[in-house]
Structures are given as structure tokens and as C-alpha cells.
Design a protein around this ligand. Sequence first.
Ligand SMILES: Nc1ccn([C@H]2C[C@H](O)[C@@H](COP(=O)(O)OP(=O)(O)OP(=O)(O)O)O2)c(=O)n1
Length: 125
Amino acid sequence: MVGGGGGEEKAVEERSIMDISLKDLSKKLEEFAKARDWEKYHSPRNLLLAMVGEVGELSEIFQWRGEVDKGLPNWEESDREHLGEELSDVLLYLIRLADICGIDLGDAATKKIVKNAIKYPPKVT
Ligand SMILES: Nc1ccn([C@H]2C[C@H](O)[C@@H](COP(=O)(O)OP(=O)(O)OP(=O)(O)O)O2)c(=O)n1
């Protein structure tokens, strides 16, 4: 069958990319640094500064636009793509920072959500 098999394969691939875990990303980042001999640069302080730099780049996208509606209606596709890239840079440096500090980010974030819920109980109706 022409096309059918390939499409299914692509759908599986897309689904697996969407479901990627923090641990998977962490591993990819470790491999990325190793392959380039960049591990020496990935110290906690350097990664923190790199992440803050990317937060600055992320902020630039929103700078001077005024309030932005949810879902970003009327944004150019290129701007959406750029936003996705900068959000990713922040996320990737955050994940790498956590890893290099020996923090299991998924576990820590899950525990923090529980802590937040205790601190801020849901509204009783
Ligand atoms: N020492 C480095 C340098 C880069 N990266 C990775 C993590 C980020 O996802 C991305 C950041 O790359 P750049 O520093 O090239 O930043 P930008 O992609 O934002 O490019 P630019 O600043 O030119 O817009 O690359 C990394 O892991 N370690």
C-alpha cells in the first residue's frame, strides 16, 4: 500500500515525540554535551546564566506587543515557531541544570504541585 504505512509510522513517531519525558530530554542533553565535549562548560552556574539569557530572549518576543490574547490569535506562524524555540531553550537549560545538580525534576515538580495544593486549597463551592 502506497503511503499508508508511512503515515502510520509518522503518527507513531509524532506521538512519541509529544510524550517525551523529562528524563528522555535530560538524556538527550547529556549525549549532546558529551558528543561536543561541552560537559566542562555545563556547570550549574553556567547553565543558570544560559537559562536566564534564554528567558531574556523569550521576553523579547512579547516585548512591546501589549497584552497578548490566549492562543496567540493573529500571530505569524514564524513568530509562533520562534516562541516555541525560545520556550524550548529555557526548558532544556532548566532540565540540564536540574540534572547536573542531581535533582530529579519530574519528581521535585510533582511534589511541589502537591505542596502548592496544600498551601492553596481549592475553592469550596
Ligand atoms: N554550551 C551550550 C550551547 C548551546 N546549547 C544548547 C541548549 C539550547 O537549547 C541551545 C542554545 O543555543 P544558542 O546559544 O545558539 O542560542 P539560540 O538558539 O537562542 O541562538 P541565538 O542566541 O543566536 O538566537 O543550544 C547547550 O546545550 N550548551
